[in-house]
Write a protein of this length. Structure first.
Length: 303
């Protein structure tokens, strides 16, 4: 009992125990949930195993850990109320289990990684993107944090109207002139920030943040603003970096936030009122600084 209590006295080990109460997990899954290094988690698991609190079983190449001794579970739950991370851990566990079930997604992630790796005449990401854009139904779109508006101009090919919002007067002027020079008449550049964009309430079908939310001083406020401008049934799309440690991004790209976790992005959308919130890792760089990209979407309820 004393050995078990000592093992539980560490907040990180207590978080691990609470997660293993719900589901047996691998070290990699615990890494994703807790945002801790592999060696640190392995050390904690070793101590918990020595204390007789967890057990491990092999499944192919993976080792799956589960709770073994439930005698102290009530004490653990009581102590967990003092841990501010426990609620986020639970949401992160839900996300990991969703990914575990989504084996089709894993297959397509692998398939996408092969696309363009070898030269095949006529096959390119640009060609695929152009095809998908042409399949997009006409709608009113707000490109929030549009920069010079490259993506806004692509969207304007099919959209009824694109409203490109940026807080840089130079960017807005440059984008406006570029659209005029190319005869793009359904693209409206507006000067404004992400947290109070100059877009009327309930006036658009799609709110899009493309690598812009991490520039907002208060990203959750920006998501709430997007919710207000959407029509009932409208959708939000957030494409942004996953949490990283590339500190130079603050100086190089004026980033306010070093990305977000999937749990954070899903939380922003859910608290704003969006339903059907989903997210995926859609890209992972293969060289330093190893940045990953998250896609998160949600829908504004019709009633």
């Amino acid at each position: 009992m004393i050995k078990s209590l000592r093992a539980m006295a560490d907040a990180s080990r207590l978080r691990i125990l609470l997660l293993l109460e719900r589901e047996e997990l691998s070290v990699a899954e615990l890494q994703e949930i807790l945002s801790m290094g592999q060696s640190r988690i392995s050390t904690h698991l070793s101590l918990l195993k020595q204390a007789g609190l967890v057990e491990v079983r092999k499944q192919g190449k993976n080792s799956l850990y589960s709770l073994r001794d439930r005698r102290l579970l009530d004490a653990a739950r009581a102590a967990a109320e003092e841990l501010p991370e426990s609620a986020a851990d639970s949401c992160a566990l839900d996300l990991v289990l969703e990914k575990r079930r989504d084996r089709v997604r894993s297959y397509f992630d692998e398939l996408a990684g092969k696309f363009g790796r070898n030269y095949v005449p006529g096959r390119s990401w640009k060609g695929l993107a152009e095809t998908l854009l042409q399949l997009m139904p006409p709608m009113t779109i707000a490109d929030l944090g549009a920069g010079e508006g490259t993506f806004s101009q692509l969207l304007a090919q099919r959209a009824e109207q694109v409203i490109a919002v940026d807080n840089s007067a130079k960017m807005v002027d440059f984008g406006s002139r570029l659209a005029a020079d190319n005869g793009i008449k359904n693209l409206d550049y507006r000067l404004g920030d992400l947290e109070s964009p100059p877009v009327a309430p309930a006036s658009i079908d799609l709110a899009f943040f493309s690598q812009s939310l991490h520039h907002a001083p208060h990203p959750e406020v920006a998501v709430h603003a997007a919710y207000r401008m959407l029509k009932p049934g409208g959708r939000i799309v957030v494409l942004d970096l996953k949490t990283h440690t590339f500190e130079q991004a603050r100086e190089l790209y004026a980033d306010t936030w070093l990305g977000f976790s999937e749990v954070e992005l899903r939380g922003f959308l859910a608290r704003a009122g969006f339903g059907g919130v989903r997210s995926w890792i859609v890209d992972a760089e293969t060289q330093s600084p190893w940045l990953e990209t998250i896609l998160a979407i949600g829908e504004k309820p019709v009633a």
